[in-house]
Design a protein around this ligand. Sequence first.
Ligand SMILES: [Zn+2]
Length: 502
Amino acid sequence: MKNPIKYLLSGLFLFEAILCNAEHNQKRVLTLGIGHESNTFSTVLTKESDFIILRGADVLKGEAWADVFKNADIELIPTLHAHAWPGGVVERSAYENFRNEILKDLKKAGKLDGIYMDMHGALHVEGYEDAQSDLIKEIRHLTGNEVLISGSFDLHGNLSPEFVKNIDLITAYRTAPHRDGAETKARAAQMLVDAMKFGWKPQIESVVIPILVPGEKSITEVEPLKSVYAQIPDICKIEGLIDVSIFAGYCWADLPRSAMRVFVVAKDKKYGSAAKKEAIHLAQQIWNSRRKLELDVPSGSIDEMIHKSEEYTGKTVFISDSGDNTTAGAPGDNTQVLDALLRLNSKNALVAGIVDPEALKACIDAGTGKEISLVLGGKVDNVFGKPLKINTTVLYITPDSVMKTNRGAAVIETGGVKTVILKTRRSFVEIKDFKDAGLNPLDYKIVVVKLGYLFPELRDIAPVHLMALTTGFCNLDMRSLPFKNVNRPCFPLDPDMVWEPF
Ligand SMILES: [Zn+2]
């Protein structure tokens, strides 16, 4: 008989070896993100301080995509995730700091099986032709081609062929206004988990559709796109196909890559032709309906929209100041709508809001209930806007605890028109934004927002929505913008062009 102690020890070694092997086989995924929608018409650079940056465990907190990886017993190595509110082109040093930190962590990470990129897709950086491609090429340079890379995107992204060549799995939001952000990111994670598990070698087929369309004319809840997006789930069920993304693109970027796109991801190159066929079919439908890509609400000049609001007796009318839409990168300090409301002697109107930290400080210094003179707005957007001189009463100032954050605000009243003055650039996109300033939007006849389309919560409660076609860095009239670098011909800049998908 063998020495029992030796026997026991050898058993222990074997057990340890099995454990080590199990540990060794645990898949490892590194995560990163640089998300920004960069408006190349804006004169204001987006700086590093404009980004919300998360690192380490903070990245994963409360994220459904992180749970997908954890549930699949995948070890996560979260690196920098930086996201900012849409704005002008990103400062070169900000991007390079982010990229270098990600690459440094990637070098330290050891052997990886996958990478998850939490992106927006419309990033543009000063001095770079295509920073997103730069980032993924640098990553590939370190990882080689064996590591699978999966990315989630806003459907308002513009992904170049160079970028797509280096990524394995792509998925984008299927709703605009966006209702499926968390779901999309979780899908990108699940695709990566499945690809690693089943050993897929994904192939992405795409069609670039030469259309420049603002989000306001490519809403997925209305035709013509509603029925096109509705086909996605069925196409994903076709043998060998994994996912379909229809990118409306981001039109306020004067770049060669700005366009609509369809991506179909196949499990393997043998399903490439099936993927291409579906991409062409979707692209053809979109192209055929290009002249129907129009606003889904009445639109016109500011004065026309203010007069039109009177037609809706007893109903609150939301009016979008669409040229100064901060959710598409505009500065948010244009006063042209406030000026028109005062000139037309509007009553019971609310302007939410105008960004002006200087004017906000003047309100704080004066205190609530005080009458003051203000020179409001027109300080950042000095191309389309100009400061407005008003005598006004300070009605409300957010508490100190809120004022310390970027949600600080004051409410002033001028001749029947209330205006929210904001500390930092943002738009009122949900009911909470009004509540925080002590306001209920439905108390007013007119509510002006610095948006194009209304975001889901407001879209769901707004009795009426009108689109004021104001001037600004987010002008909805594509043909009035000074495009120089987009690929031509494209619709609607070249309205009679002939094209077919390929
Ligand atoms: Zn978007």
